[in-house]
Design a protein around this ligand. Structure first.
Ligand code: UD1
Ligand code: MG
Length: 451
């Protein structure tokens, strides 16, 4: 049976106190929306529809980075969750199968929970995801009759007895597409909020002789984000779960609480991550690599056996082959280092390609930017770049070549050549002592004049 996702994300998120739409606030350096999307995509949905309203254009832009085939539909006025779902009908035209409704601001839903909802659909027409709330507060209450769900009542409309129910509505619903839109069509807004409640579809379904049930999950999964305080808490939860998952997968985190991960961080078995490392988006670290303390990585790939840091910065487009070495205070951007090459101290390597087993001396800089354009540096295999070499790009250094320390390299160096570009050294015997005497004499004269 095919599945489609409808992700509700039109709310303004007033309590975030922000110009950014709520669903684009990041957790694990990915928009909140990406988390819900990821859980849903594990079901390999045939279609994905995101209902956006507030700053819909920003949501659309973010979504095009996150998913090839998700479609945004507009809900201009936010008249309630049923009204929002109805906006998705045209986008699901011709689709038949289960629709799962998710919230863009509920990032911790697990794929297994969605699978359990789909499974429950085999025996019931409407499946609602519920949870036992520690503090039911203003959540919608799930009114059960026997083993079945009779209806959902919103807090504002609930009687005192109904408010005593602890089984609450997460908001997630799974239903056959055709049935869903038929039910949503009949929802009205005659309630305490004057909104079209999606939750009303349960009572309507039951009146029509359809069945409804509840699948439950842990409350922590249904956590919704409404304020920056909740966002900060969600980040803490995300980090601790992501670290635990890596440890479970065989990664050695020396001080887990100090390692900051992104939603898409991938680290292989037996890799070692020392304390205080930050992983930005788009990092993969292969099995057996070592990321040493205080390093910052984003948009890069680190191969097996490579050692990065301490105090290294890998920026987007960095590709480190096997057994490479990146040492302290080295920044690499948009550069490929072939097997066994080393940049061990105090260097900037940007827009470059370095061949296998080359050694880049301390303080070397690829001068890639002329103030207007970026240029490429090509370094061959087994090259030795002397310390403090300035490589003025565009420039090529051939295989097995060397540059003398302190050289400023403005022209290509052919394979096997030694390039030197620095003034010749002159030694003047005794001149240091003479100069020192002159300077001391001058200082004495000046001090006398001032007293
Ligand atoms: C909703 C449920 C409630 C449940 C709670 C769980 C209804 C009527 N109530 O209440 O039973 O316990 O979630 O958190 O559904 N949205 C739109 N367009 C709209 C309205 C909402 O896209 O017109 C989106 C919001 O951006 C949000 C989600 O739908 O992501 C839920 O809306 P919200 O206003 O937070 O509903 P609650 O009142 O919390
Ligand atoms: Mg809410």
């Amino acid at each position: 049976m095919s599945t489609a996702l409808v992700i509700l994300a039109a709310g303004k998120g007033t309590r975030m106190n922000s110009d950014l739409p709520k669903v684009l606030h990041p957790i694990g350096q990915a928009p909140m929306l990406a988390h819900a999307l990821r859980a849903g995509q594990s079901l390999e949905p045939e279609r994905t529809v995101v209902v956006a309203g507030h700053e819909a254009e920003l949501v659309q832009n973010a979504l095009s980075d996150l998913s090839q085939d998700a479609q945004v539909v507009l809900q201009v006025e936010q008249l309630g969750t049923a009204h929002a779902v109805a906006r998705a009908q045209d986008a699901l035209n011709g689709f038949s199968g289960n629709v799962i409704i998710l919230y863009g601001d509920t990032p911790f839903i697990q794929p297994e929970t969605l699978e359990a909802m789909i499974a429950a659909r085999a025996s019931h027409d409407v499946v609602v995801l519920g949870f036992e709330a520690a503090d039911p507060a203003r959540y919608g209450r799930l009114v059960m009759e026997g083993g079945d769900l009779a209806r959902i009542v919103e807090f504002k409309d609930a009687s005192p007895e109904e408010r005593d129910i602890n089984l609450c509505n997460s908001g997630l619903i799974c239903c056959d597409a055709r049935v869903l839109f038929e039910l949503v069509d009949t929802v009205d807004n005659k309630n305490a909020s004057g909104e079209y409640y999606l939750t009303d579809i349960v009572g309507i379904a039951r009146d029509k002789g359809l069945s409804a049930t509840v699948v439950t999950c842990d409350e922590s999964e249904t956590l919704g984000i409404n304020s920056r305080v909740e966002l900060a808490r969600a980040e803490v939860i995300f980090q601790s779960r992501a670290r635990a998952a890596l440890i479970e997968d065989g990664v050695m985190l020396m001080a887990p609480d100090t390692v900051h991960l992104a939603l898409d961080t991938v680290i292989g078995r037996d890799a070692v991550v020392e304390p205080n490392v930050v992983f930005g988006p788009g990092v993969t670290v292969e099995s057996g690599a070592t990321i040493r303390a205080f390093s910052h990585l984003e948009g890069c790939h680190v191969s097996r056996g490579a050692v990065v840091g301490p105090y290294a910065r890998l920026r987007p487009g960095t590709e480190l082959a096997e057994d490479t070495r990146i040492g302290n205070f080295v920044e690499i951007k948009n550069a490929t280092l072939a097997e066994g090459s080393k940049v061990n101290h105090l260097s900037y390597i940007g827009d470059a390609r370095i061949g296998a087993f080359s050694n880049i001396g301390a303080g070397t800089i690829t001068c890639n930017y002329d103030g207007v354009m970026k240029h490429q540096t090509e370094i061959g295999a087994r090259v030795f770049i002397g310390s403090d070499t300035m490589l003025i790009a565009p420039v090529r250094i051939g295989d097995d070549a060397m540059t003398g320390s302190g050289s400023v390299i403005t022209q290509d160096v052919e394979a096997g050549a030694l390039a030197l570009s620095r003034p010749a050294q002159v030694n003047k015997p005794g001149a240091a002592i003479k100069l020192n005497d002159i300077l001391k004499h001058r200082k004495k004269q000046r001090d006398k004049g001032q007293s």
